[in-house]
Design a protein around this ligand. Structure first.
Ligand code: PLP
Length: 505
């Protein structure tokens, strides 16, 4: 300790801290970064959606630990040259892979402000936590949840679903399970979801200590909705076998084709059977903002908990997942834990209980609420709902184009904003897989794939608010063009894209 003291100069000068010597220089660099990123977002349509990463670029990220400082401008140059051009591409309107939100410039600015405040939202008494509580109150209002409902930001719906399983677990087994583990009583608990549910539900069952075998994946109907009669029958069978059903996880927007389970029927069944009713509304739940889509979500208001992502249909920059629990007390019982160093007071900075750290595994937490608050306030829910409805209208347009084109085949009903189709060909699975990669590498669009009944589908999920009919047309043209090339005997690639313009001039 004394040695450390001898080395340090205790009266801080700029050279001792991480602050710049010259704030004006930092200001100029900061303004430039901001201008560049605004240009990047504004001009994203002129860039390839995604481009393959050259080995030389990847190699730049295998450097050794930087012991010495570098000039900020030089580090930023590496960002503009090596990082920005090789991002995922979900800012681009041609990005239709998986389920990715497009973000917004407003969200970007809010992230910058949040980083400046450097707020830690684990607890304590400060307005950033009130902003998060404001979002929770808005979610209660949107979903028709009672005043006692709790809400918390998390990374994403994978985490929110896991936390919901843990809340349901503690409710089913009592708080003692938190000391004693799930034990014999927990070993007979069973949960239910559909075969089309997201993989993170099974992962949650694994992490929560039940094992994935305790999750019953119930069959689905033609529209990929859970077969409620089959679910009911499985619950009866399991009870007869001495098992204890405790949880049903419904999907409000399946990841494969956007199917919404019959939430009202599931809510009624769960009430009857006394099961925890959780809704995985990762991207679909925000459909509640569109008067056209809201009726499809009927029954969600009766859920015990809802997981959703603001970073998908909500267009909030990554990451911004959210969990809401109808009975906030049950939520707290699953996670709150006393600690001497986290003592709560009635005044001072340690006031303001309960704290977000009582509602999940995280103690230190960032200010995800701010970019969400800015997004909701700046655009308003009507506009956000209209953007969501528009992605569905575009999916309908893509569906029409596929149905009108004999070389293409629709592979699943279009429920919301996800379209699964393929190019008709002899070796269809191989060829369609290649077509998708060709299109990604061309930079024209970025669809992904899924397997439906053993058939490989080109999957276009329209989530980005920037996507319009031009992007749908470009996707169709690219599928037809690459499809023709791939099905001809010598499948040479002719489509070329121009190199991406530099980020900073
Ligand atoms: C995206 C998604 C998830 C996972 O959410 P993350 O935010 O990626 O963790 C879960 N379920 C569904 C239906 C999804 O679409």
């Amino acid at each position: 300790m004394t040695e450390l003291l001898r080395e340090a100069s205790l009266c801080s000068e700029a050279s001792d801290t991480l602050d710049p010597r010259d704030w004006e220089d930092l200001r100029a660099q900061g303004h430039r970064m901001l201008d560049d990123m605004i240009d990047y977002v504004a001009g994203v349509r002129d860039r390839p959606v995604w481009q393959p990463i050259p080995d030389a670029v990847r190699g730049q990220f295998r450097a050794t630990l930087p012991r010495q400082p570098s000039d900020l401008g030089e580090v930023y140059r590496e960002f503009t040259d090596l990082i920005a051009p090789y991002a995922t591409g979900n800012v681009h309107p041609g990005f239709m892979g998986w389920v990715h939100g497009g973000g917004s410039a407003v969200g970007m600015l809010a992230e910058m402000l949040a980083a400046g405040l450097n707020a830690n939202l684990g607890g304590r008494d400060h307005i950033p936590i009130e902003v998060e509580r404001q979002i929770t109150a808005w979610m209660r209002e949107m979903f028709g949840f009672p005043a006692s409902a709790s809400g918390i930001f998390v990374t994403g719906t994978s985490m929110a679903n896991l936390m919901a399983v843990l809340v349901a677990r503690t409710f089913a087994l009592g708080k003692s399970a938190r000391q004693q583990g799930i034990g014999h009583e927990g070993a007979v608990l069973t949960a239910y979801t559909s075969k089309a549910a997201h993989g993170c539900i099974a992962k949650a069952m694994d992490i929560a200590g039940f094992g994935t075998d305790a999750l019953r994946c119930i069959s689905i109907d033609q529209s990929h909705r859970i077969d409620v009669a089959a679910l009911r029958a499985q619950i009866v069978r399991d009870r007869e076998a001495g098992l204890k059903p405790f949880l049903v996880v419904a999907s409000a927007g399946t990841v494969d084709i956007g199917a919404i389970d019959d939430l009202a029927a599931l809510a009624a069944l769960c009430r009857e059977e006394k099961l925890w009713f959780h809704v995985d509304g990762a991207y679909g739940a925000l459909g509640i903002l569109s008067p056209v889509l809201a009726p499809l979500l009927k029954g969600m208001e009766d859920a015990d908990s809802i997981a959703l992502d603001f970073h998908k249909w909500g267009q909030v920059p990554y990451d911004a997942g959210f969990l809401m629990v109808r009975d906030g007390e049950r939520h707290r019982q699953a996670f709150a834990a006393p600690a001497a160093y986290l003592r709560r007071e009635t005044r001072g900075l340690a006031a303001g209980a309960s704290w977000p750290c009582d509602l999940g595994p995280d103690l230190s937490r960032g200010f995800r609420a701010l970019k969400t608050w800015f997004t909701f306030k700046t655009y308003g829910t009507e506009k956000l709902g209209a953007v969501i409805a528009r992605t569905c209208a575009l999916a309908g347009y893509l569906e029409q184009r596929i149905l009108a084109e004999p070389r293409l085949e629709l592979l699943a009903p279009v429920n919301l904003n996800i379209v699964c189709f393929r190019y008709r060909a002899i070796n269809a699975n191989k060829i369609n897989g290649d077509i998708v990669i060709d299109i990604q590498e061309s930079g024209i669009a970025a669809p992904s794939t899924t397997i439906l009944d053993g058939q490989l589908a080109i999957r276009a999920a329209i989530v980005n608010h920037r996507t319009d009919a031009r992007d749908i047309d470009a996707l169709i043209s690219a599928v037809l063009e690459f499809g023709a090339q791939r099905s001809s005997p010598d499948d040479g690639i002719v489509l070329q894209v121009e190199p991406s313009p530099p980020l900073a001039m």
